[in-house]
Structure formats: C-alpha cells, structure tokens
Design a protein around this ligand. Structure first.
Ligand code: PEP
Ligand code: MN
Length: 352
C-alpha cells in the first residue's frame, strides 16, 4: 500500500475447516500487519445440509493462531451460546453476520449476552438495504455498554443483480458514516463480489470512499474451500492486492467528500441502468424472433402506445419530467425496432 494511511485489515478463511487449514492460512498472513484473523466456525447457510461450520471444535484452532502468531482473532456469533463459547475461548472480537443483523430479536439477545463485557464487536449490514435496521443494531449493542464497535459493509441482496453477489449500494455506507461518524467502517469486498476477479476494484473503491479498512476472505487453497470458494484469495494474492491499492488522504472531517460520494452513486446507478438495458434488449430480441415466426409486424401500435403512456405516467408519479420520459422511451423503442429488423433482415424477411 503506497501510502501513509494503512487500512485496518481483517483476513482469514470464510470457514474454519480443519486445524491445518486454519494454521496454514494464519502462517500465510502472519507477516502482514493484519488487525484480526477471521474464521467462521458457525456458518449460516441458505440450504440445510450444507456445511454449517465446525462449531466449537474450531475454537482451540483460533487460540493456537493467537499463540503461534500473536494475531488477534475474530469469529461470527449469531446467538447467546455462541457468544459464551467464543468469550470463554478468548476470541478477541466478535462479528454479527448479515443474516443476524436483519433480526432484532437475535441482535437483542446477543446484546443482552454481552452486557458488562468489554469486547469489540463488528456489525455487518443486514442482507437487504435497510440503513435504519443496521443503525438499530448499533443502538442495541451500545445499549448493552459495548464501546468498541465497527461496521462492516458487505453489500445487499438485490433481485436481478448480476455483476456482484451482493450489490454494494455505496450510498448506504456513506449515509451510515454520516450518521455514526465515530464508528470505523470496514468494507468486505469478498461478500460483495462473490468472485475474486472483482475484489481489487471494490477494495479500491472502498479506499477511494475513505473506508477505514477491509475484511477479505483468504484460504491456502481457495478453489478447494468448503464455503465461498470463488471469492477467496490465497494469503499471497491478498498481500499483492493490498500492495496494489492506492491510498489517498481523506478530504473532510466526515471522511467522505460529498461530490465523490454523489458521483460514485451516479456511476452505480448507471451500471445498473446498463445492465437493465442489456436485459431489455435481450427480451426485445426474443420478441423479434416470435414476431418473425408468427408473421407479425415489428410495430404493434397498440402495445407501443400503451407502453409509452404507462411509463410516462409512472415517471411523472415519481417526479420525472414527462417530456424526458417520452424521449427516452422513443429512443429505447427505436433501438428495439432496430434489433428486431436485424432479426428479420438476417433471416431474409426484411421489408427492404
Ligand atoms: C462471512 O463473513 O463468512 C459471512 C457469512 O458473511 P455475511 O454475514 O456477510 O454473509
Ligand atoms: Mn463467506
């Protein structure tokens, strides 16, 4: 990292799989200046029957990482029993996972189990884009007297999202920062990307937005990982990625320059628009094939006038200028027609 500002780094495997795998990962990270070694031992899985973590069997492996390498260690807790087991084992930091943050009962149970305990806790954003719910989890932990809190931005489940596993929706962590500027904000590019090829770009974006650190999943043999194989990096690749990050000085007291934040949001919206345009054109193409097969004209005027009317009205209801909406839709319609004419043309049925 070519800068005087070093991000707080948390690294380690998605899941602790075996003592050997945990120790091999830690050995690969030991020379780096990481703040915490991570490993999930209780894993929340979408489907039952998937590997749900080694459970408390893994706790002594984390103690061994502490002893051998002097690294602080952290793991995910999702209930009071996990908290008790983790604290007994001397885990240095606990994190609340995205699925848990969505459930205020669970967050409150964890908060209650931590009353009077002095341990750092990181809270991941909830799986869906709900800033208030994320902030609420902080209130619950603060209410229990936890002073050392961190936020982890791991992206959001958004229907239709293609490029990322979880859409970053950068404006949400930016809004978070403005609401709780004293809480360190860490980016988790691993769960945003779901794919290691995208990690460096997202990590750099986080640094450009003055995040305080990164949590990155690392594994000695990523492709063989029992969970999240596609997104993990070897410790060596993680080091190389960190060395490639360009660090800049945060501009203002809040850590985020307003114009940069707004431009970033525009870029994200444009990415989403482009993805939607591509999907829409793909469907136009299928409709073109259907029209060709059924001898229908490209222009179905009733459909077109209904669509235009509907979308101009929908736009107006949300404050978008009707003239602008009409222009946009005429332009989209022209592009669809061009695609459908291409289909007819290609197959020798053009009117030309
Ligand atoms: C994890 O960190 O391995 C994890 C399960 O993350 P999240 O809660 O962000 O899905
Ligand atoms: Mn994971």
């Amino acid at each position: 990292m070519n800068s005087p500002f070093s991000p707080l780094l948390i690294a380690g495997p998605c899941s602790a799989e075996s003592r050997e795998q945990v120790l091999a990962t830690a050995a690969g990270l030991a020379e780096m200046d990481i703040a915490y070694f991570r490993a999930g031992i209780w894993k929340p899985r979408t489907q039952p029957g998937a590997f749900e973590g080694v459970g408390r069997t893994g706790l002594p492996w984390l103690s061994e990482v502490k002893e051998r390498h002097g690294l602080k260690v952290c793991t995910e807790v999702a209930n009071a029993q996990h908290v008790e087991d983790a604290l007994k084992a001397g885990i240095d930091m606990l994190w609340i996972g995205a699925r848990t943050t969505t459930n205020p009962f669970q967050v409150q149970d964890i908060a209650d189990s931590l009353a009077g305990v002095d341990v750092p806790v990181a809270i991941k954003n909830p799986t869906h884009p709900d800033l208030a719910l994320w902030l609420g989890a902080f209130e619950r932990l603060e209410g229990a007297g936890i002073k050392d809190l961190m936020a982890i931005h791991r992206g959001f489940a958004v229907h239709g999202q293609k490029k990322f596993r979880n859409a970053p929706l950068w404006q949400i962590p930016i809004d978070f920062r403005n609401r709780l500027p004293h809480i360190p904000l860490i980016n988790d590019p691993s769960h945003i990307c779901g794919n290691r090829a995208l990690l460096a770009g997202v990590s750099q974006m986080a640094m450009d937005l003055a995040f305080d650190g990164l949590m990155v999943e690392t594994h000695p043999d990523p492709d063989a990982a029992w969970t999240d194989a596609a997104q993990q990096l070897t410790p060596e690749a993680f080091r190389a990625m960190c060395n490639g990050l360009v660090m800049r000085k945060a501009g203002d007291a809040a850590g985020v320059d307003d114009l940069t934040a707004l431009r970033t949001e525009i870029n994200m919206i444009d990415d989403a628009l482009i993805e939607l345009f591509a999907r829409r054109m793909g469907i136009s193409e299928k409709i073109g094939q259907y029209k060709k097969a059924n001898g229908l004209t490209i222009l179905q005027n009733k459909r077109w006038s209904d669509l235009l009317k509907r979308n101009v009205e929908q736009g107006a209801a949300q404050g978008v200028d009707p003239g602008f909406m009409a222009e946009i839709y005429k332009s989209i319609h022209q592009a669809s027609i061009a695609i459908q004419r291409g289909i007819m043309h290609r197959d020798g049925h053009s009117a030309e």
